[in-house]
Design a protein around this ligand. Structure first.
Ligand SMILES: NC(=O)c1ccc[n+]([C@@H]2O[C@H](COP(=O)([O-])OP(=O)(O)OC[C@H]3O[C@@H](n4cnc5c(N)ncnc54)[C@H](OP(=O)(O)O)[C@@H]3O)[C@@H](O)[C@H]2O)c1
Length: 242
């Protein structure tokens, strides 16, 4: 008798927002979900809520060593990853200024280098799966830059360029999909350090109509398409967003 391996989905930034919702949506569809984030209490609680087929592993995407040990556990305990959702991100908006320089470094290290590092660390597992997906969470800010979001937009434009090259390199055994949401109701803007920008963006987000669950459904749809179909890119905004 042959046994089929339960597909394994690794989600970075699974402790809140789009990552937590995606973990729920993929778990519902039969995946074993591996929840990565720094806030261990939150991912432990989500894994406990999901029950079977959920593993929480503390990992910081800016710390390659923590990603390598997460990947070793995924390989030894679950037989390797079939899906990687590169979702971890920070959006530290504000006028361009030296005072925000730590924010710039953090956004580049988490949003861009963090995604690149997670992909390179899990790459061998994804290639050996033969039926794998990498889903990179970009943003409308990866397509249109605005005053006050320059470095955030730079990280998302970077994700877009890298994703397209990766897509061509890894096809057909690893499909690469770029998801570019507009405003989604999550805690993302609460971390903005520039006081006036924090107030203005949180006011905008208090009217957000798209939920993290809406985006999670799109991600689940993308990776459950038949293998002969690759959805390369999805740009999605709230219906009322210009
Ligand atoms: N909400 C929106 O309007 C929107 C729109 C377009 C794109 N996005 C993108 O969607 C993604 C998810 O954001 P969200 O809206 O769901 O916000 P969120 O609720 O703030 O989630 C961000 C996640 O990233 C994780 N994270 C941050 N720094 C990390 C690090 N160094 N290592 C590991 N994980 C880290 C956080 O976990 P820990 O703090 O526990 O580590 C958290 O789980 C981001 O890439 C964001 O740019 C969001």
């Amino acid at each position: 008798m042959t046994t089929t391996k339960t597909p394994v989905a690794v989600i970075t930034g699974a402790s809140s927002g789009i990552g937590a919702a995606t973990s729920r949506a993929l778990h519902e569809r039969g995946y074993h979900v591996v929840l990565l984030a720094r806030r261990t209490g939150r991912i432990d609680a989500l894994a406990a809520e999901l029950g079977d087929r959920a593993t929480a592993i503390s990992a910081d995407v800016t710390d390659r060593t923590s990603l390598v040990s997460a990947a070793e556990r995924v390989n030894s305990e679950l037989g390797g990853a079939d899906v990687l959702v590169n979702n971890a991100g920070v959006m530290l908006l504000g006028p361009f200024s030296s005072e925000q320089r730590d924010d710039y470094r953090q956004m580049i290290e988490v949003n861009l280098l963090g995604a690149i590092t997670a992909a390179e660390v899990f790459l061998d597992q994804l290639k050996s799966s033969g039926n794998a997906d990498i889903v990179n969470i970009s943003s409308v800010a990866g397509r249109t830059a605005r005053s006050g979001n320059g470095v955030y937009a730079a990280t998302k434009w970077g994700i877009n360029g890298w994703s397209e090259a990766l897509r061509q390199e890894l096809l057909p055994s690893v499909r690469v999909t770029l998801i570019e949401p507009g405003v989604v109701a999550t805690e993302l803007p609460t971390h903005i350090t520039h006081a006036d920008t924090n107030t203005a963006v949180n006011e905008l987000y208090s009217h957000a109509q798209v939920s993290a669950g809406d985006i999670a459904e799109v991600i689940a749809f993308v990776i459950t398409r038949p293998r002969h179909l690759a959805i390369n890119e999805i740009l999605l905004r709230p219906a009322g967003q210009a």
